[in-house]
Structures are given as structure tokens and as C-alpha cells.
Ligand binder design. Structure first.
Ligand code: ADP
Ligand code: MG
Ligand code: MG
Length: 940
């Protein structure tokens, strides 16, 4: 712990921590570090001090007590502030200094704790303030705000209780706006607020300013472990911070009349990234009035007309800050009587689109270099550019317009509360939700997280909803006052049209349009900046990025996004077409002819797909009943079995699919996995009699036959059952058919003059024998195909590594496998013993109680699954080199291949490539580049 507990800032100086920028942020929190930094570069900031995050950690270590040594340090720093700001004393009855108490951790956590403003006001000092400013209205308004903020934030008395009083008061006085209340009204209101306070806190509102201060400091520390903060950290995956700092700062007043005001702005447009000054302000307003959406603010450019001098100064500060931080800034300012004060600066949250544009433009402006630009953009934020947009050709017209707060289009079922949204998402996973609220607050983040889009009836561009949605790349429209919410009736009206909860509404976060119903979406279009950034990223990247694709269309899409091959082509997806599934089901239902199978085996006849000889014959011994007399006779029959006959049509389908995919991936490797899922997945289950009847009709069997087969195939634990390589080991003809389709397709494409690199991947191998048997057979099939065609093609045979045993026995397996591809979905499932479809019951608790830091199905579990992967890579590579003098190619094809943190891990452990879904290819390219560049700048 550093020796100092408290650091002062003010004037053109700030106490030195002796740390670099990162260390300062960790110690003073982002807000504190930047307030100090602004002082140092000559930007006007009201004086104050920061209590460090280490004090917060100590506070918790000592059972929620401010460490003793910190107390005098705080009192001393307070004296400095008093001296720096006109020598007034905190809460002095004659001429009080007032302060704000503000939280601030190393990473910004919007709304973790509400700031307490006007601290230091008491029954005595409020009079002093009234006299000194000659503005009793202002003084009493500040006092009642303090009681409200202090009561609700520090003492847990609901804000609504105070709101209720002001509503009553306004009704009583016939006042429309808060500002219509007179000084005497407000004085009366203070009394009522104090009564509310006393009733709920069971104590008087503290009249000792220092006591107020220390209680407030406690409250900030407590907020660090409040529900909102914990929830935010969970969603944003923030771990490893010491705690929050506390900033105590001299108050300046934006609510002292028409030459005062307050505002928030971004140094560039956070939606588009355009290099324009962007923000809002309000004249005669305090603190969060702009953000809270109580009054609708004015656009920042208008300040040029109202306060030209201040505007000019602000524009100067905008550029000073960007030059200093070399980053887009999100700033807060207040003007007191024509004098400008900066209250905050930090890197601005932005949409993915804006992030890309800002990074590229800043590099072009030479503010940063290209690699910094690459490091700047959080890979996941690209999602925003890759999001579908609303189809402009749709004829569903907007019925209302709000403020475009976070771009992209979203259609969803209207839900009115965050809790209901969370519940709905659990009950109906995948169903799109549109969260519609008057405004959102940090309590709502879990609901916002599950929503497709957010619509609010109040609030501006900097409102909570806007900021959070933008950060998450979710479409959002705010301030749409034509939306009226009626929770009791479970409905809303939009410009007079009634929409019930559960009905569809669409928002366009790019334009602010609100539409009733579901508007179709179209694929996004890539911008030039995006392409530029990707080119820069590719220059740094060391590992290749492939895609998971099962169709030519997906393959082409992925190529557009920069995929360098297919890492996983799931052949079972190809069986689901209408005619195909029938053939496949016939295959599953085909009865084995035991006598023929035995004869074939004895005579060394492989499947017809292996030989390519569909007219081969076999000599079968059959027992025939001649009128009661059984005799064994030898018959010559076609060698083809019923199962093979059923499979035959699929050969053509699969070959055609592979031809399409190989052509799309011209010159790039294509890894094709042989059939993997358990067979029962292809049959209607027993509760689905109607489905079974249809299937029965389609393939000409009875429902009983189907259900009998379903019974046979039934497994207690299908994930660990008859699947993967176990299928072709028992039914070799399935594997043979697939290998034949692959090789014939490769031959065909090669004939067309393209280069093909098929990689045949055998799933779920645990022991090398599984692989060696199937490999031998695959080679026989491939040889037969090539011989028949008179064309040779290069191909490889490898395996998926998805069982712990495969990792441990990787040396053996690598003697046979020409490549490894980690199937981390199954590997995670098998390593943890978590069925990946059944984690719902415990995973939320696991994450909440920190049993696990993250869901291992989302990000690789580095310490467990990751260790197994390292073993697999190490053993596999060593053995392959020793035995064959070859480099063993290794990749990953689980969902993790598109998760940025997992991509970084894959880079570190020396993989050759990662494979992910087409839309995540750019994300993986960027993550891979950042991995190669080390140290990413994702601390926004
Ligand atoms: P948040 O972390 O939620 O942004 P802040 O600590 O920035 O909270 O406080 C919110 C707002 O309160 C600021 O934007 C500013 O308008 C107001 N505020 C905070 N401190 C002061 C101060 N010393 N003087 C005037 N206004 C202040
Ligand atoms: Mg706030
Ligand atoms: Mg702020």
C-alpha cells in the first residue's frame, strides 16, 4: 500500500503519485487520475482531493472501517481545498464551501454510485449560502437536493420517497416545473424532505458537515460491493480491481441563473465517429440534469450563440484533451456565472462503427500510429458493424421519432421492466426483446443485457440508456416522448397507437425511428475504414483465421470477411434438407441383413462406397425353408446392403455440396468433419406422434417401426454415447460414403482448374486405434476414387481433439493424425463433466458466487481445459516431428474460436489457426492481431 492515502488536485498542479498513467488510474481511479491530469495541463478544474482505491481495499479488510491513518489525511486535504477555493470552510454558516463526493474506480462503471452534490449544507449554512448568493431559492433547492441525494445514496432511503414529496408540493402549488416553485416552497420542501429522511433513516439529517463527509465516503466504499456494481462488473467481465476511489471536490454551480449551466459532450461523435463536437447542455441546471432526461437539453453547438466565450474555450479544451490523451474524450463541464469548469474527462464509450472510424482517422491525423489504432478497437465491438440493418425497402413506416442514441436496427417484443425481460429471456431463449422504459438506470442493466434493443421515452444522447447501449453495441432510441408507458395495463402507446406487451416494435437506432411491427433486416455493409483497419490488423497477425461453414453461401460470406479456409464443415447439417433427411432416415431404419453382412466380411468385400462397385456380388449362405424342411443354400446376390442403398442418394447430395464449398474456398484448406451427432437426433421423438406419422409415410415404414428404432437408439447420456468416430466404426458405410463424396468432389473441382485442399476430420477420437482403423479405410476409399478418376488430389486426415484422453494421448494420436483441431465445446464439457445443454441450473450461481470467473463455454477455461490443450499441443507436435519430421498443424473449431480472449490464448499456446462463424471472422482477425501486438488497450 502506498504511503499516501489522499492526493490533492487544484489550480495548475496535482500531487504526484510517481506512477505511470496506468498506475495512477489504478490508485486514483479513472475520474481522480484525470481530474489531476487536467489540472496539470492547465485546464480549469475545481480543487479537490482523491482518496485512493487502496483505502477502499483497506476499508474492506478492516471490516468496513475507514483506516485510521486516512482520517487526518482527509481532514488535511480538505483544508487545502478550502484554501484553494477562496478560503471558505466546509459548511461554514456564514459562507459555506460545498463539495461533491464522487466515486470512481480504475475502469468507468457508469452509475455505480450516484454522486452526492452540495455536501456541507445544513440548516445553518443554507442561510449563509442564501445570503451570500442573494439567492435563497437556489440555496434551498441545493439543500433539498442534498437531502435527497445523501438520503438515497448514502443512507438507503428511496429516492422515490423524496420525489413523492416534490410531486405533492407541485400539485399543491399548481406548479408545472420544478423551477415554478418559490424559495418559500422549497424551504417548506426541505422540512418535508428532512421528515422523510428521519422516518426512513431513523435519525436526523446530520448537521455536522464533517459527519456528512465521512458518511458519504463510507457510502462510496459500500457502493463498490452494491448489486449494481457487481452486476456491471459481471457483465463487463471486470475483475482484479482494488476498489473505488473517492473524489471530494469543491462544488461549482450551474444552477445559479441564466449565465450558468452544465453539459456533457464527446470530442467526436460516439455513434458515427465523425470528427465533430457532440453533446448537450442545459442552462441553469445542476449535475446530472442533462443526463437524467428531466428536461430536454440543447445541442452543444447552440452554446456558441448563448455563451460564445465559453464555447470558444470549450472547443479549445476539446482539442487540448484529444492531443493530450490521443483518444476521443467524454467530458462533463459546468459554467458558473460565465466561468467554465471541467468536471470530468475519460475515454468516451462509442459504437463499434465509431471505434473503427476514430481509430483509423486518428492514425491518419498522426495522433496515433497504426498499431495503436489496431489495439484501440475492442474486437467484440466490431459486432456492431456486422449487425444486420433494417431493410430500407420495408414499407413499415415510422410512427414516432426519438433521439438516435445507438445505431442499428432491432425488432423485439415489447417488455416494460428489466426483471420481466430477464425472466422472458430465460423462459424463451432466443426470442427478441425490446425493452421499453421511461428511462433506464443502473438497476436495469441485466434487462438491457438480454434485450435486442432499448427504447426510452425520456433522456438525451448522454442518458444512461444511450451510454450503456452504445457500449454494448445495441440499437437504442431515447427521448421518444410519443411513447407513453402504462405498466398497469401492460401496454404502451406510440403516438396514440396501442401496443400490448409481447407485441413487436422495431427501432432504428441510426435514425431514431420507431415502428410498430417487425421490420425485416439486411446484411450490413462494410465501410472503407473497416477495411483499412483490417488490413492493418492482418499485418500484425501471426495466426490464421478460418471459418465454420457448412454451405457455399456461408463460405463466400466468410471469404468476404477475410476467412483463410474452413476449420469446420459440419456434414450433418447437410442431412437436414427435405429429400436428404428422408434418405438418411431410411438409412437409420434399414434392417441389417446378418447373413449378408457376415458373408461380406468373410469375403473381404468393403462397402460399395469403398469400392465404387455398386454391382458387386457376394455369395451368401441362406437357410431356406422348403415346406418344413430347412436347407442351407448358397445364393449369389448383389453385395449392396439395405443401409447402403438408403445412403446412396446422399452421396450425390454431399458431393454437390462439397463441390460448392471447395469452389468458394478456392485454394484454401477445407476441414470436413465426418458425421458426429448420435443418430436419434435425426428421428422424431416419441412424444411427437404426428411427426412420426409423417416420417412413416415419407419413407414407407410404420410408426411402430420408427418408435422401435427410437427405443433402440435411446441413450441415457447421448453426449457421451454412440456418436463421433463410434458411428463409422460400427457403420463403416456411413464414413465410406462421406469420404467418397469428399474425394470425388475434390477431383471434380481440381478438374475445373481450381486448387483444393480437403482435410478429413474424424471426430471424438480418444484412442489412436479409432483413428488408425478409420484412417486406413478412408485411404482405401480415396485411393479407389482417385484410381477410378485417374486424378490424384492432395488431402489430409486428422482428428478433432475433444476428449481429455485425446490430449493426454496426443503423442500416440499424432503418429496417425496429420492435423489436430481442438473441439473445445466438447472438450470443456468432458473436462468439467458439465453437459453443455444443462448448465442453466447452476452456472448463474457459479458465476455470481465466483465459483468460476467466467462461463467456460464462452471463454476457454485457461487453467483447466487450457492446460489440457497445452499438453495436447506439446505432445502432439513433438511426436509428429519425431516420427514423421512434420509440423503438426493445430487449430481450434469450437465456439471459442470467435471469442477474443480465447483467440489471444490460442495465439499464445502456438496454434496455427482459429476457426469461427463467418460473422466473427473480422473479430477474430482483430483479436489475433492484438494478441500478436501484446498488451491491448481495452480499458475503456
Ligand atoms: P458519474 O460517475 O455518474 O458520471 P460524477 O461524479 O461525474 O458521476 O457526477 C455526476 C455529475 O455531478 C457531474 O457530471 C457534474 O455535473 C456533477 N458534479 C460532480 N461534482 C461536481 C462539482 N464539484 N461541482 C459541480 N457539479 C458537480
Ligand atoms: Mg452519474
Ligand atoms: Mg461523470
Amino acid at each position: 500500500m502506498s504511503a499516501k492515502h489522499v492526493y490533492f488536485f487544484g489550480g495548475k498542479a496535482a500531487e504526484d503519485t510517481g506512477l505511470d498513467a496506468k498506475g495512477q488510474k489504478e490508485l486514483l481511479g479513472g475520474k481522480g487520475a484525470n481530474l489531476a491530469e487536467m489540472c496539470r495541463i492547465g485546464i480549469p478544474v475545481p480543487p479537490g482531493f482523491t482518496i485512493t482505491t487502496e483505502v477502499c481495499a483497506a476499508y474492506y479488510e478492516q471490516g468496513k472501517k475507514i483506516p485510521e491513518a486516512a482520517v487526518p489525511a482527509i481532514e488535511e486535504a480538505l483544508k487545502k481545498v478550502e484554501a484553494a477555493f477562496g478560503g471558505r470552510k466546509l459548511g461554514d454558516p456564514a459562507d459555506p464551501l460545498l463539495v461533491s463526493v464522487r466515486s470512481g474506480a480504475a475502469l468507468s462503471m457508469p452509475g455505480m454510485m450516484n454522486t452526492i452534490l452540495n455536501l456541507g449544507l445544513t440548516d445553518a449554512s443554507v442561510e449563509g449560502l442564501a445570503k451570500k448568493t442573494d439567492n435563497p431559492r437556489f440555496a434551498y433547492d441545493s439543500y433539498r437536493r442534498l437531502i435527497d441525494m445523501f438520503g438515497s445514496t448514502a443512507m438507503g432511503c428511496e429516492h422515490e420517497k423524496f420525489e413523492h414529496e416534490i410531486h405533492e408540493m407541485k400539485a399543491q402549488k399548481g406548479a408545472k416545473l420544478d423551477t415554478d416553485l418559490s424559495a418559500d416552497d422549497l424551504k417548506e420542501l426541505v422540512k418535508r424532505y428532512k421528515a422523510v429522511y428521519k422516518k426512513h433513516v431513523k435519525d436526523d439529517f446530520p448537521q455536522d458537515p464533517k459527519k456528512q463527509l465521512f458518511l458519504a465516503v463510507n457510502a462510496v466504499f459500500n457502493s463498490w460491493n452494491g448489486n449494481k456494481a457487481i452486476e456491471y462488473r459481471r457483465i463487463e467481465r471486470i475483475t482484479g480491481l482494488k476498489g473505488t476511489a473517492v473524489n471530494v471536490q469543491a462544488m461549482v454551480f450551474g444552477n445559479m441563473g441564466n449565465s450558468s449551466g452544465t453539459g456533457v459532450a464527446f470530442t467526436r461523435d460516439p455513434n458515427t465517429g465523425e470528427n465533430v463536437f457532440y453533446g448537450d447542455y442545459l442552462i441553469n441546471a445542476q449535475g446530472e440534469d442533462v443526463v437524467a432526461g428531466i428536461r430536454t437539453p440543447e445541442p452543444i453547438a447552440q452554446l456558441n450563440d448563448e455563451m460564445p466565450k465559453v464555447y470558444e474555450q470549450l472547443v479549445g479544451i476539446r482539442s487540448t484533451l484529444e492531443k493530450h490523451y490521443k483518444e476521443m474524450q467524454d467530458i462533463e463541464f459546468t459554467v458558473q456565472d460565465g466561468v467554465l469548469y471541467m468536471l470530468q474527462t475519460r475515454s468516451g464509450k462509442r459504437t463499434g462503427t465509431a471505434a473503427v472510424r476514430i481509430a483509423v482517422e486518428m492514425a491518419k491525423e498522426k495522433l496515433i500510429d497504426e498499431t495503436t489504432a489496431v489495439k484501440r478497437v475492442a474486437p467484440d465491438s466490431l459486432n456492431h458493424l456486422l449487425q444486420p440493418q433494417l431493410d430500407p425497402k420495408s414499407d413499415i413506416k415510422a410512427v414516432a421519432q426519438g433521439i438516435a442514441a445507438s445505431p442499428g436496427g432491432a425488432s423485439g417484443k415489447v417488455i416494460l421492466t428489466a426483471e420481466a425481460a430477464v425472466e422472458h429471456a430465460e423462459k424463451f431463449p432466443g426470442e427478441p426483446i425490446l425493452l421499453v422504459r421511461k428511462e433506464t438506470s443502473p438497476e436495469d442493466v441485466a434487462g438491457m443485457d438480454v434485450a435486442k434493443g432499448i427504447l426510452t421515452s425520456t433522456g438525451g444522447k448522454a442518458s444512461h440508456a444511450a451510454v450503456v447501449a452504445r457500449g454494448w453495441g445495441k440499437p437504442c432510441v431515447v427521448g421518444c416522448d410519443e411513447v407513453k408507458i402504462d405498466e398497469a395495463a401492460q401496454q404502451i402507446t406510440i403516438a396514440g397507437h396501442v401496443v400490448k406487451v409481447g407485441e413487436f416494435v422495431t427501432i432504428n437506432g441510426t435514425t431514431g425511428d420507431v415502428m410498430i411491427g417487425k421490420v425485416p433486416t439486411i446484411a450490413p455493409s462494410m465501410t472503407a475504414d473497416f477495411a483499412t483497419l483490417m488490413t492493418w490488423a492482418d499485418r500484425s497477425r501471426k495466426i490464421k483465421i478460418r471459418t465454420n461453414a457448412d454451405s457455399p453461401a456461408d463460405s463466400l460470406k466468410a471469404r468476404e470477411f477475410g476467412a483463410e479456409g474452413i476449420g469446420l464443415c459440419r456434414t450433418e447439417h447437410m442431412f437436414f434438407g427435405k429429400d436428404r433427411i428422408a434418405a438418411f432416415r431410411r438409412m437409420i431404419l434399414a434392417e441389417d441383413d446378418a447373413a449378408k453382412t457376415a458373408a461380406r466380411k468373410e469375403q473381404g468385400i468393403l462397402s460399395v462406397f469403398a469400392t465404387g462397385d455398386y454391382f458387386a456380388t457376394v455369395e451368401v449362405e441362406r437357410e431356406i425353408d422348403f415346406g418344413g424342411q430347412k436347407q442351407t443354400v448358397k445364393t449369389v446376390e448383389p453385395a449392396i446392403t439395405a443401409r447402403e442403398r438408403a445412403l446412396a442418394p446422399l452421396l450425390g447430395f454431399q458431393r454437390a455440396d462439397f463441390i460448392g464449398i471447395f469452389e468458394a474456398m478456392d485454394g484454401y484448406p477445407v476441414t470436413i468433419r465426418l458425421l458426429d451427432p448420435p443418430l436419434h437426433e435425426f428421428l422424431p421423438q416419441k412424444d411427437n406422434v404426428k411427426g412420426a406419422e409423417e416420417v412413416a409415410k415419407q419413407i414407407g415404414v410404420s410408426v411402430e417401426q420408427i418408435f422401435a428404432r427410437v427405443d433402440e437408439l435411446h441413450e441415457m447420456n447421448p453426449m457421451m454415447g454412440f456418436r463421433g468416430c463410434r458411428l463409422p466404426l460400427v457403420f463403416p458405410e456411413i464414413g465410406d460414403m462421406q469420404v467418397r463424396a469428399i474425394i470425388e468432389a475434390a477431383i471434380e473441382v481440381k478438374k475445373r482448374g481450381k486448387s483444393v485442399l480437403p482435410e478429413i476430420m474424424i471426430p471424438l477420437v480418444g484412442v489412436v486405434e479409432e483413428l488408425s482403423i478409420l484412417k486406413k479405410r478412408a485411404i482405401a476409399v480415396a485411393d479407389a476414387c482417385m484410381k477410378a478418376a485417374g486424378v490424384t488430389v492432395e488431402y489430409q486426415i486428422g482428428t478433432m481433439i475433444e476428449l481429455p484422453r485425446a490430449c493426454i494421448a496426443a503423442d500416440k494420436i499424432a503418429e496417425e493424425a496429420e492435423f489436430f483441431s481442438f473441439g473445445t465445446n466438447d472438450l470443456t464439457q468432458m473436462t468439467f463433466g458439465f453437459s453443455r445443454d444443462d448448465i442453466k441450473g447452476f452456472m448463474p450461481t457459479y458465476l455470481k458466487d465466483k465459483v468460476l470467473p467466467i462461463d467456460p463455454f464462452q471463454t476457454i477455461d485457461f487453467n483447466g481445459v487450457g492446460e489440457l490443450m497445452k499438453i495436447g499441443i506439446q505432445k502432439g507436435r513433438t511426436s509428429r516431428t519425431a516420427k514423421h519430421g512434420q509440423h503438426l498443424k493445430i487449430g481450434i473449431c469450437g465456439e471459442h474460436g470467435g471469442d477474443p480472449d480465447s483467440v489471444v490464448f490460442c495465439h499464445k499456446i502456438g496454434m496455427d489457426y482459429v476457426s469461427c462463424s463467418p460473422f466473427r471472422v473480422p473479430i477474430a482477425r482483430l483479436a489475433a492481431a492484438q494478441a500478436a501486438l501484446g498488451d491491448t488497450a481495452r480499458d475503456k
